[in-house]
Write a new protein. Sequence first.
Length: 255
Amino acid sequence: MSERVQVYKPQLLAGKVWLRDQSVANGPAYHIGNVSVVNLTTDENVIEQPDYTTSGGGTHAEVRRINSVSVAMTLHDLNADNIALATKGTTTTIAASAVTDEPGTAHKGALIRLENPGATSVVVTSTDGNTTYTGYEVTGAGIVIGTSGDIADAIDALGTPSDGLPVLIDYSFGEFNEVEALTSGGKNWAITFDGMNEADGDKPCIVDLHKVNLGAASELSLIGDALGVVSLEGKCLKDATKGAGESAYYRVQQV
């Protein structure tokens, strides 16, 4: 660089993060929602040779090699796609439908976990269909059997109440997203930070990470006193498709 391009350039960035499956060159890049942290950290291996020619020591030579470039992001929109990203999972959208005669075993005070969440229009019957029960409460996960009522009475009338009472359950449910965690292998991502510099008139500042291997989140908090977040970390890998004069790892474009 023969001359400085600009001196005054304070920076305070905001913007959107977009992800694309790196193996699909012309595939879609999707916005992953509100992200409060995007950090790049470079780890160097410093090889030094001491100066043995004079008393007092010193450094005669030094070589610096890049070990890795790490990426850290904090996501605040815990949608199904981001949970799948954080858990190395896969997502499926389940269409709304109705279920007839889903089997369950009723125990007093216990949950019968239904296959589909958010059940409505629930009807619980005996396995022969001759008795319709009302002694239960519907929850998001299924139905909770009362400690008293007609189902509890039927359980008490069993020869072995601890075996539970077999029942059949009819219900309807709406569309929902399902994440199966730890079912997706080592997918690499192309990540674009579409940033704007609030300290410089909202001028664009774009960062492209060409090939990133994101790890699974070390923690997925389910209950807490604050709004949930997911922290992801990964490494920038070498993109062998980049040619001479191009970074194989990332680039920054400033306006």
